[in-house]
Design a protein around this ligand. Structure first.
Ligand SMILES: Cc1cc2nc3c(=O)[nH]c(=O)nc-3n(C[C@H](O)[C@H](O)[C@H](O)COP(=O)(O)O)c2cc1C
Length: 186
């Protein structure tokens, strides 16, 4: 540990290791990325990277951020629920399609060949080809008049393909699609 701190000190003499002030936006962009998911709202699909766990415990909760101008925003406001579906690399073209085309103009299931699956406990659709689907009931909405409105959902049912492992999930942060990185300790 000491050695590595010494090395860090030495490298501070190198200009690239000096921290300079950047804008809050640039600071935000320093995150390595967020899980990339397909959200089912009613019978529409929207690609979402604004996704996070919200709470563990007996009633696990997640949250998704939707930009108010989206067609899916109108749908989710009318809905009591949504599904989170985790896509893998083979579904990347469908992910891009659902992230650029609007359900207002096109049926995304028909256009991508994805299969609509009925959920057990919610009304919104699931996506059969995604190896993980979480059924979420909206329990809270957070609207601070920022870029996204956040919908906190309690996971009321979860479905996972037996051969899925989370290294197959995808990561996104503006204009960059990534695979999950290597495990460095477990
Ligand atoms: C990789 C990727 C991630 C995205 N993440 C979000 C997001 O987190 N929230 C959001 O509102 N829109 C996000 N979008 C944009 C919507 O998916 C996109 O505007 C979509 O066409 C909206 O569909 P709709 O009109 O059927 O609602 C993302 C798009 C892409 C390509």
């Amino acid at each position: 540990m000491k050695l590595s701190i010494k090395r860090q000190k030495e490298s501070r003499e190198d200009n690239t290791a000096v921290k300079v002030e950047v804008s809050p936006q640039q600071g935000l962009m320093a995150f390595p990325g967020f899980p990339l998911v397909l959200v089912g709202v009613k019978d529409n699909i929207i690609t979402v990277a604004a996704v996070s766990f919200f709470s563990f415990g007996k009633a696990p909760m997640v949250m998704i951020g939707i930009v108010p101008k989206r067609y899916s925003f109108t749908l989710i406001q009318e809905s009591e629920d949504y599904s989170i579906n985790i896509p893998t690399l083979e579904l990347l073209e469908a992910v891009k399609f659902c992230g650029t085309k609007s359900g207002k103009d096109v049926n995304k299931f028909e256009a991508t060949g994805l299969t609509l699956q009925k959920a057990q406990k919610i009304k919104s659709c699931l996506i059969k080809e995604c190896p993980v689907s979480l059924e979420c009931k909206i329990v809270h909405t957070i609207d601070l008049e920022g870029s996204h409105v956040w919908f906190v959902g309690e996971i009321v049912a979860a479905h996972k393909r037996k051969d899925y492992d989370r290294s197959q999930a995808l990561i996104y942060w503006p204009r960059e699609y990534r695979k999950v990185g290597e495990v460095i300790e477990n």
